[in-house]
Design a protein around this ligand. Sequence first.
Ligand code: NIG
Ligand code: FE
Length: 429
Amino acid sequence: MQTADTLIINAAQLVTCAGGGQPKRGADMREAGIIDGGAVAITGGQIIAVGTTDDIRAAYQADQIIDANGCAVVPGLVDPHTHAVFAGSRLDEFERRIAGATYMEILAAGGGILSTMRATRAATPDALTGSATRRLLRMLACGTTTVEIKTGYGLDTASEVKMLNVIAEIAERLPLNIVPTFMGAHAIPPEQPDMKAYAAHIMDDMLPAIHEAYRQTALAARGVRLAADVFCEEGVFDAATSRHLLRAARDKWRMPIKAHVDEFVNLGGAAMAVELGALSVDHLDVTPQDELAFLAKSETVGVMLPAVNFNLGNDHYGDARFLIDSGGIMALSTDYNPGSAPTLSQPMVMALACRYQRLLPAEALNACTINAAVALGMADRVGSLEAGKQADIVILDADDYRAMIYEFGDSIVKQVIIKGVSAWPTTSS
Ligand code: NIG
Ligand code: FE
């Protein structure tokens, strides 16, 4: 008999999303890796074994037993694309869009991302930390245990550094695994309206200052890498400038790179970022099939964000079916932000992807777990329930994991465990 710290037993379904260390592609996306009557053994915050409850109980004894009591158990969800640190409100913009203004018209008129930039520049680090902390606790309550957070509402050196420090501070305060991304190239600030001049400023001034600040954070000390992102879109950064920025980030600063591409207009940004070896290309709403086929043959993850289409009232969604059926690595994310995607909920995103992009529930869950972990370069640590991975685990208030996707609009999450420790509900809530 071996000893473990904790056993989770009696899961009606233990949904592992295990893929033998590989991203899930094509027909493998339909495999959720379910162990009926499953259990997990945990030691030192890591999973040491998964199996049936009978097998795990026969092999391990533990001080702590968590009885899932016939509920389904899934991996902690991974959200690989958010803008969760920001100040201000976009409620007026919401009403303007209902009245007919488009997202890009509002940005071109100095609103949208730029209105959040003004509020974020004016906010103190404490205010930003407080509001982001509350948002991430709501995210945790929806089952998310790993989350990427971007800068990009500062758009000047001091404000971008402020945002990065807030992200690093939150990472120390909260149990969630937090992955930072620098996105000085999120929009073009009004004081520097020339796109190429602003891009040069990012490369010459911002990136050195950002790295100097990042080096001093505990996140960096733990070896978490800072990625770089760019909004490659008509009226924002063109494909040539986006390439230039991403190359500098990759080659000079050794950063993992990714890009917002094809949200509104196809500029060839997906192919450009794939050629540069990006970790992910995100949005892909208007990417033509030949470019999706090129992406599908690569190691770059295609991250789709259907909450944006839903929130903007679009009837067009990215062609996730084609990307999956072509063998691409497909992931899902909230894109949580105050303008295009005000939802923190990966279960809501799965609900949308199944209805509007015709994903099966297993495909949607793999897209929010193992493949989302690949999009963050973290698939060796999170995204599935397998020996050697972090014990980031969600217990549902249902005996079938598909209920998390079939039902929508509230949370079916009963308990969230991160590194083997119960993280939600908190004892005070
Ligand atoms: O991914 N498209 C650019 N950036 C975000 C929106 C940010 C905002 O509107 O504040 C996105 O949709
Ligand atoms: Fe985004």
